[in-house]
Design a protein around this ligand. Structure first.
Ligand SMILES: NC(=O)c1ccc[n+]([C@@H]2O[C@H](COP(=O)([O-])OP(=O)(O)OC[C@H]3O[C@@H](n4cnc5c(N)ncnc54)[C@H](OP(=O)(O)O)[C@@H]3O)[C@@H](O)[C@H]2O)c1
Length: 254
């Protein structure tokens, strides 16, 4: 496991104070990374930092609104000031406004795009010199199934998540020379606060997801403890049917 040892590394996880972000932060902490948990809610953020510290690593909550460029720059600055370096950036914070495209106003459109897509660009730009200082690093941007297909009730969200995929490919090709690897992860339907709201707003969503998903269930940020009565502890049980190029960026570059 030395290959995956993150002792001495520092990871910044936006939205690391809940849902998928907290699940990913826990995985990074278990591997030994110190964690900067970024979010807006101090209560949730400090609770998450305490929970993550139980893995024996340094953790701190760093308050920032990633929908603002200044917030993204400040969170990178504060992370380096607190931990002395930056090695891993997880751009996970996200939001959604569910309505039909004809009903969006411009402020709603910009709110979703700023939170989900522009945030990742600003965070990556701010992190770039810090990652270069440590000889390289990893950037993980969180997309969605809507990076690939559309949803009638999530136009701005789908546009932002499609953008996340292309942003990741472009940064990967630009910064490979700096030993910075940039990838996007596209979660399916995962049971979090975000989708709990979706299930109340979109009738029949829960059952449609279960019916369409071969695994026959929603994903869970830290893996389900039991599924159909069988204990499930492994982290990759919800990854299936994918083809992941391991090619140094060959297929991402045009
Ligand atoms: N759940 C799913 O099925 C699913 C599927 C595909 C993709 N995703 C993506 O996965 C990511 C995490 O989703 P989730 O389901 O875990 O959502 P979640 O439970 O709602 O968590 C999102 C986190 O982002 C933070 N956040 C939101 N806006 C922010 C802002 N402007 N500045 C700083 N932090 C902000 C929130 O913290 P504060 O409240 O403290 O700001 C919250 O902890 C999102 O990008 C989402 O689009 C989720």
């Amino acid at each position: 496991m030395k290959l995956f040892d993150l002792k001495g590394r520092v990871a910044l996880v936006t939205g690391g104070n809940g849902g998928i972000g907290l699940g990913m932060a826990a995985g990074l902490a278990q591997a030994g990374a110190a964690i900067a948990v970024v979010g807006r809610s101090k209560t949730k953020g400090e609770a998450a930092a305490r929970q993550l510290a139980s893995h024996g690593v340094e953790c701190a909550f760093i308050a920032a609104d990633v929908a603002r460029e200044a917030g993204c720059r400040a969170m990178v600055h504060d992370t380096v000031a607190r931990f002395g370096r930056l090695d891993i950036v997880v751009n996970n914070a996200g939001t959604n406004i569910r309505k039909r495209p004809e009903a969006y106003d411009a402020a709603e459109w910009h709110h979703v795009i700023d939170t989900n897509l522009s945030s990742a660009f600003h965070a990556c730009q701010a992190a770039y010199p810090e990652l270069c200082k440590t000889g390289g690093g990893k950037i993980i941007n969180i997309g969605s199934m809507t990076s690939i297909f559309g949803l009638a009730f999530a136009t701005a969200y789908a546009a932002s998540k499609g953008g996340i995929m292309q942003l990741s490919k472009s940064l990967a090709t630009a910064w490979a020379k700096d030993n910075i690897q940039v990838n996007a992860v596209l979660p399916g339907w995962i049971d979090t606060d975000l989708t709990r709201n979706a299930r109340t707003q979109v009738e029949g969503l829960h059952d449609r997801v279960v019916a369409r998903t071969p695994a026959g269930r929603w994903g869970c940020p830290r893996g389900p403890r039991r599924h159909r009565g069988v204990p499930r502890q492994r982290g990759l049980d919800f990854v299936t049917g994918t083809a992941i190029p391991i090619d140094g960026g060959y297929s991402a570059q045009g």
